[in-house]
Design a protein around this ligand. Structure first.
Ligand SMILES: [Zn+2]
Ligand SMILES: [Zn+2]
Length: 161
């Protein structure tokens, strides 16, 4: 799925919480909401003040990469497969979308993600195929995957603040 160019682009993206993304698109500080016109620092930065910059990652960022998200879910699930309960090792587990993206599932929603061991993931992938088949036509699936690939969900470039 996708070409090298879009994969290259994704490396430099972080994922923002929807309200933070909306604030930035509205020219406001993503942390406190102050409009850019009222900032007393450089307007090309991402936050209105040093204080807000310090809170930026904690308050506004869902993940800095897919790898980061995967790590967060792995830790949250206590490194345990959520279907069979086996301890999963970092190098040998899958971060699974409970509701597949191609069936309308949210790519970056932590509630839609779970840790699975390799064998459970194989079983889950088989059942996903049925869910996806009943949900959308092959053309729909291609379009959905392309949208995720190109735009992602609340995805922005990184910050220099
Ligand atoms: Zn602020
Ligand atoms: Zn398992």
């Amino acid at each position: 799925m996708g070409n090298n160019k879009s994969q290259e682009k994704r490396k430099n993206q972080i994922v923002l919480k929807p309200n933070a993304l909306k604030a930035m698109n509205d020219n406001c500080c993503p942390v406190c909401g102050l409009h850019r016109d009222s900032w007393s620092r450089r307007k090309d930065w991402n936050c209105c003040s040093t204080n807000c910059t310090m809170l930026f990652y904690k308050n506004c960022v869902i993940a800095t990469s897919w790898q980061d998200m995967r790590f967060q879910i792995f830790k949250r699930d206590n490194e345990t497969c959520q279907l069979c309960g086996v301890k999963a090792s970092w190098s040998f587990f899958d971060c699974d979308h409970k509701q597949p993206i191609a069936a309308g599932g949210e790519m970056w929603d932590k509630d839609n993600l779970q840790t699975l061991c390799e064998s459970c993931h194989k079983i889950k992938t088989k059942s996903d195929r049925v869910v996806i088949k009943n949900y959308a036509s092959p053309e729909d699936i291609k379009r959905l995957l392309r949208e995720v690939e190109e735009d992602g969900y609340a995805v922005r470039r990184p910050y220099e603040s």
